[in-house]
Write a protein that binds this ligand. Structure first.
Ligand SMILES: [Zn+2]
Length: 236
């Protein structure tokens, strides 16, 4: 099916990658775009969505021409893979869950996330603005996102399993944003009926108690994992 809609993309079953030109055409609020990008989608590398890279340096060139950092075009600059930042972390978990039930997850992924992302880049290149608005960067924006979507806490366990360092940074930012640092990191005890340290005016049990339990539990899970570094052999 991908062959019919995207004849220039080739699937390599051995590596589970799709490479080649992804083409698209569309119109949004009267602006027309027809374009194609040379990309690679790695279905083996799911964090939790497949890793997508643009491999001709086109986006890098756009960022240089516009005098912007790659991160401003939503490329994960710090990541050696320089993958496209298709949506926020929590939305990615939500989306990955939705894709599991789809009969053609690869095609849905391309149509619903990859094409709109690249469409946005082309639109920006041509008209100097993003058509659908943009996301903020960094962990603090995730703190804001989870504050507005409390149900995203259900993804925290998967997050710490897949991306422990990033998730730990998020938990740290969250804890200190809500004045819960001492409770989470220093075992300060707070009575269930005492005011919540976040200053909401609510009792702790009606406010952050459950969230603190989830966050603490995630930190415990991450400690059970072996550390990712090895000691130099001289010290062993
Ligand atoms: Zn609270």
């Amino acid at each position: 099916m991908i062959k019919e809609t995207q004849p220039q993309l080739i699937y390599e079953p051995k590596n589970k990658t799709l490479t080649g030109f992804l083409q698209f055409e569309g119109e949004y609020q009267g602006y027309k775009i027809k374009d194609k990008y040379n990309i690679e989608i790695d279905f083996n590398n799911q964090q939790p969505l497949p890793l997508v890279k643009e491999i001709n340096g086109r986006i890098e060139k756009i960022s240089k021409d516009k005098d912007l950092d790659l991160i401003d075009l939503h490329i994960n600059y710090g990541d050696i893979n320089k993958g496209l930042c298709l949506c926020s972390r929590f939305k990615a978990f939500e989306y990955a869950e939705k894709l599991k039930d789809s009969p053609s997850p690869g095609i849905n992924f391309i149509q619903e996330l990859v094409i709109p992302f690249l469409y946005g880049i082309s639109h920006f290149e041509k008209y100097d603005k993003f058509p659908f608005g943009t996301m903020e960067h960094g962990t603090l924006s995730l703190v804001r996102e989870i504050t507005n979507n409390i149900e995203y806490f259900k993804y925290l366990q998967s997050y710490i399993k897949i991306l422990p360092e990033e998730a730990k940074k998020f938990i740290y930012e969250y804890a200190y944003s809500f004045n819960l640092g001492n409770v989470i990191y220093k075992n300060e005890k707070i009575g269930r009926n005492k005011p919540c340290p976040c200053n909401s005016g609510l009792k702790y049990k009606k406010c952050h108690l459950n969230i603190v339990n989830i966050l603490s539990n995630c930190l415990l899970i991450s400690q059970k994992k072996a550390p990712s570094f090895r000691r130099p052999s001289a010290f062993m």
